[in-house]
Design a protein around this ligand. Structure first.
Ligand code: 45D
Length: 166
């Protein structure tokens, strides 16, 4: 899949990825809050998201205790070679986006581990946040795709991980 991504957007992807894992998670949640209701699941067939697959994957995460939900999200960002990371890696980019969107919604109704109250992001994360706010909606979607796409582990190229045995 190819998307046209400008240099400044690429630089934002890099800026996002250079934050530490928890800052990435926190910033991503702030972004979700900021976009609020402008995210609407597109009409069926209008995109390459697989709502059933995204929802089924999300449902398994939802069943886990909160500490494991958080660990799993950190693992995705860290490309840790786990069962969950490999399954994530096999999803389409838009389904990955849908999965993160479901997670953020789940945080709002406490089925997913919520942010600690009053949590503040670092000034570096806030700088990235301000730049993202300046993008138009389409550019934001493209940016988020570029951010969530490389997360997890591509099971077809992953190297053996002694810790997980995968
Ligand atoms: O204790 O075409 C810390 C679809 C540390 C439809 C933490 C779409 C301390 C099809 C890490 C802070 C809707 C898919 C805890 C398009 C601590 C389609 C926890 C668009 C607990 C285009 C932090 C989809 C945590 C879009 C758990 C635009 C943070 C989707 C978790 C956008 C953060 C989705 C999460 C976004 C953030 C999702 C889960 C912006 C998710 C953000």
């Amino acid at each position: 899949m190819t998307y046209t991504t400008s240099d400044s957007a690429n630089q934002l992807v890099t800026g996002f990825q250079s934050l530490d894992v928890d800052q990435q998670l926190a910033l991503f949640y702030f972004i979700y809050k900021e976009m609020g209701h402008s995210i609407t699941p597109a009409a069926p067939g209008a995109s390459t998201a697989s709502p059933e697959i995204g929802a089924a994957y999300f449902d398994r995460v939802k069943e886990l205790p909160h500490d494991q939900q958080l660990e799993l999200q950190r693992d995705l960002i860290n490309h840790k070679n786990t069962e969950f990371s490999r399954e994530y890696g096999a999803l389409s980019d838009t389904t990955k986006l849908l999965f993160w969107y479901l997670l953020a919604q789940g945080m709002d109704n406490q089925t997913i581990v919520p942010m600690p109250p009053g949590y503040e992001i670092s000034s570096e994360a806030n700088e990235v946040f301000e730049q993202i706010k300046g993008l138009d909606f389409e550019q934001q979607i493209t940016l988020f795709r570029d951010i969530v796409s490389p997360m997890g582990v591509d099971p077809t190229v992953a190297e053996h991980d002694a810790e997980t045995g995968l």
